[in-house]
Design a protein around this ligand. Structure first.
Ligand SMILES: [Fe+2]
Ligand SMILES: [Fe+2]
Length: 180
């Protein structure tokens, strides 16, 4: 995995996500083993250049719309899930779901999906003001942590002038964020 990801910085992030996802999965009554595997493998396609993400998605019939073609980085989650299956032999649908949903979230998220999503956003290498308090919240209350983290994410996107995807908006609504 270290070799395939090809960058120490991204590898170290993946290890931290795996550890954090395991802690959260334990708190949520989800499989700690699946959380660790999903955490390790979630960013397999994160360092692919934009054109490659589109080519790899096309090659696998992963649907891409206007939004994905304008912001190919969005595709690293679903391409990453495909690589986990093809290169690492992962067939467990819960692990593949957690990898697929780690960036945008989705309208329906299992406790395992949430553990990996929150671990990716709140691992200690992330640098934003609310990180530590959101992490503490995540250990206690998955629903509240998802709501507050998704709310932060929408604020961040708006500040950056980036679009919130339909999946991200659906996730935010599902966890009780008021979305205009
Ligand atoms: Fe990612
Ligand atoms: Fe990540």
């Amino acid at each position: 995995m270290r070799e395939q990801i090809g960058q120490e910085h991204r590898y170290a992030h993946s290890v931290r996500v795996a550890r954090c996802a395991e802690i959260l999965a334990r708190a949520y009554g989800a499989s700690t083993r699946k959380a660790r595997i999903a955490g390790m493998l979630h960013d397999l396609a994160r360092l692919y250049p934009p054109e490659r993400l589109i080519t790899e998605a096309d090659a696998r019939g992963i649907p891409t719309g206007e939004l994905e073609r304008a912001h190919p980085l969005l595709l690293h989650a679903s391409v990453g899930a495909a690589l986990a299956r093809e290169d690492f032999g992962v067939t467990d649908p819960e692990i593949l779901s957690a990898i697929s949903k780690h960036t945008e979230g989705a309208s329906e998220m299992s406790p395992l999906d949430c553990a990996v999503y929150l671990a990716d956003t709140l691992e200690p290498g992330r640098d934003f003001a609310e990180r530590a308090s959101l992490w503490e919240l995540a250990r206690k209350d998955v629903h509240a942590a998802m709501r507050e983290t998704l709310r932060e994410m929408l604020v961040y996107l708006a500040k950056k002038g980036l679009p919130a995807t339909p999946s991200a908006l659906a996730a935010a609504r599902a966890f009780g964020v008021e979305v205009s």
